[in-house]
Write a protein that binds this ligand. Structure first.
Ligand code: PMP
Length: 452
C-alpha cells in the first residue's frame, strides 16, 4: 500500500501502541481486551492509521473536528498565540478570550450574551446546572432518557443512557423523562405531530408530578447526538420552551455536539426557532484543536450574578491557546462558508443518498438528520424494529459491518445499532460521495442478517 507516511512515523506509532497498552487507561473500556486504533497523521478529512492506511474521517473524532484536521489558519493561530502568551490565570483579561467571547455571543441566538468558559462539554453542563440552581433557588433537574451529557459525576447522572448505571448513586434531584422519538415512540405515536403532542403532555405531567417549585432546570440536547441523532419532531422544542417558561424552569440547551454549524445553522436551536436560557457548547467551538467548552448565559440569568458571587471556576477558563483556536476556527468557518456548506451537504448529498439506501437495504430501519449530522439505525426486522445490536451494547453483526467499512477506507462513528454520518463541514463533495459509496456497499452485510 502507498502509505504516504514515513517509516519513522510508522515506527513511532508502533512504539506508541506498546506504551499505550502499558500505561494509558482508556475511557469507557475494559482495559484488557481493548485494541485501540493508532493514528499517526491527520489532514483535512483524512486520518492515517498505524499501518499507514489513509481513511476518510466520517466520525470527525467524536463529532468534534467540524473544520477538518490541521486547518492551516487554526494551526498558525495556535502557534502565534503560543509564542505570545501560552497561559494566564482566568481572573486576568486576555485578548484571545475576549475576542472568542464576542464571536460566540454574536452568533448565539437571543440574549445569550455572556460566556463562561470551561475545559469541555461535561464541565459546561455541570456549571450550567449550578447556575440554574442558584438562579432559581430550586434543586431538581429534568433530563431526557436516550441522551448524553458528559462523563463527570453530575453530567453522567444527567445522561440518559446505560453508561450512568455504574455511577448514578449520587443522582439526587435528577429526574429523567421520555423524549420525543418518533421512530421508537414511547407513546405509541404514528406521526411526528402525534409524537410532539404526546411527548409534551408527558413532559407537563412530569413537571406537575415532580413539583414545579422544586425544578431548577430542564436540560435537553437540541438534536440528541450520541443517542442517535434523532431531531425533535416539529413543534417539540417550541413546546419545551413554552413549558419551561410557564413553570419558571431554566431551559438549558446542550449544544456540545450539535452546535457550531453541525446542523447547518450556527446553533441547532435556530432550526426550531427557540432561544434557551443557557446553552452549553464545546467541540466545534474550536474543532477540538485545544480543549474548550462553555456556557452561553442569558441577560436575565447574568443579572443574578451581577452582585452575587458565582462560586465556581476553573484554572483553564478561557485558556489563551484554546481561545485563539476558537477565534481562528470561527473566522475560518465564516470566511469559507462552512455553515451554509453543511446545510447544502445534508440537503443535496447526504439526505437523498441515505434515503436511497434505505429504499434498497432492508437492514436500514430509519434514516434521519440534518446538515452534517445524520444517523442510520440498523434493524434485523423492519416490522418489529429489532435492533442490529441491543441498546447499550455491540453485536457481531455491527462489528462485522464497522470492520468492513474501515477495511474499505472509511472511519465511521458507530454506536450500538447505528452508523453516524458526521463528516467535517468542509469535506469535498467527491470524498463524501466516496465514503457514502463505501457504506452503501458494506450494508449488504447487515442485509444478510435480516430476518424477514
Ligand atoms: N454534551 C453532549 C451533547 C455531548 O455530545 C458531549 C460529548 N460527546 C458532552 C456533553 C460531554 O462533552 P465532553 O466529552 O467534552 O466532556
Amino acid at each position: 500500500i502507498d502509505t504516504g507516511v514515513s517509516e519513522e512515523l510508522l515506527a513511532e506509532g508502533r512504539r506508541a501502541y506498546e506504551l499505550d497498552r502499558e500505561h494509558v487507561f482508556h475511557s469507557w473500556q475494559a482495559q484488557g481486551p481493548f485494541k485501540p486504533m493508532t493514528i499517526v497523521k491527520t489532514e483535512g478529512s483524512f486520518v492515517w492509521d498505524g499501518e499507514g492506511r489513509k481513511l476518510i474521517d466520517l466520525s470527525s473524532q467524536l463529532v468534534n473536528t467540524n473544520i477538518g484536521h490541521q486547518h492551516p489558519k487554526v494551526v498558525e493561530a495556535i502557534q502565534e498565540q503560543a509564542a505570545q502568551i501560552c497561559t494566564i490565570a482566568p481572573q486576568h483579561v486576555n485578548a484571545a478570550r475576549s475576542e472568542a467571547a464576542r464571536l460566540i455571543a454574536e452568533r448565539t441566538p437571543g440574549d445569550l450574551n455572556h460566556i463562561f468558559f470551561t475545559n469541555g462539554g461535561a464541565d459546561a453542563v455541570e456549571h450550567a446546572v449550578r447556575m440554574a440552581r442558584l438562579h432559581t433557588g430550586r434543586q431538581k433537574v429534568l433530563s431526557a432518557y436516550r441522551s448524553y451529557h458528559g462523563g463527570t459525576q453530575l453530567a453522567v447522572n444527567i445522561t440518559g443512557d446505560p453508561r450512568r448505571f455504574d455511577s448514578d448513586y449520587s443522582s439526587e434531584g435528577v429526574v429523567h423523562f421520555m423524549p420525543a422519538y418518533t421512530y421508537r415512540s414511547y407513546f405509541g405515536s404514528e406521526t411526528p405531530e402525534q409524537e410532539t403532542e404526546r411527548a409534551l403532555r408527558h413532559l407537563e405531567d412530569m413537571i406537575t408530578l415532580e413539583g414545579p417549585r422544586n425544578i431548577a432546570a430542564l436540560i435537553l440536547e437540541s438534536v440528541p447526538g450520541t443517542a442517535g441523532i434523532y431531531a425533535p419532531p416539529p413543534g417539540y422544542l417550541e413546546g419545551v420552551r413554552e413549558l419551561t417558561a410557564k413553570y419558571g424552569i431554566v431551559y438549558i440547551a446542550d449544544e456540545v455536539m450539535a452546535g457550531f454549524g453541525r446542523t447547518g445553522t450556527w446553533f441547532a436551536v435556530e432550526n426550531f426557532n427557540v432561544t434557551p436560557d443557557l446553552m452549553t457548547f464545546a467541540k466545534g467551538v474550536n474543532s477540538g484543536y485545544v480543549p474548550l467548552g462553555g456556557v452561553a448565559i442569558s441577560d436575565a440569568i447574568f443579572e443574578t450574578f451581577r452582585d452575587r458571587v458565582y462560586q465556581g471556576g476553573l484554572t483553564y477558563s478561557g485558556h489563551p491557546l484554546a481561545s485563539a483556536a476558537a477565534v481562528a476556527t470561527i473566522n475560518a468557518m465564516e470566511d469559507e462558508g462552512m455553515v451554509a456548506n453543511a446545510q447544502r451537504l445534508g440537503r443535496d448529498i447526504i439526505g437523498p443518498r441515505l434515503q436511497e439506501m434505505k429504499a434498497k437495504h432492508p437492514s436500514i430501519g430509519d434514516v434521519r438528520g440534518l446538515g452534517c449530522f445524520w444517523a442510520i439505525e440498523l434493524v434485523k426486522n423492519a416490522e418489529t424494529k429489532e435492533p442490529m445490536a441491543a441498546y447499550g451494547g455491540s453485536s457481531p453483526e455491527m462489528n462485522e459491518l464497522v470492520g468492513a467499512i474501515k477495511a474499505a477506507g472509511v472511519l465511521p462513528f458507530a454506536n450500538f445499532n447505528r452508523i453516524h454520518v458526521v463528516p467535517a463541514l468542509n469535506i469535498s463533495d467527491e470524498l463524501l460521495i466516496q465514503a457514502l459509496d463505501v457504506i452503501d456497499e458494506a450494508l449488504t452485510i447487515t442485509d444478510g442478517y435480516v430476518t424477514a
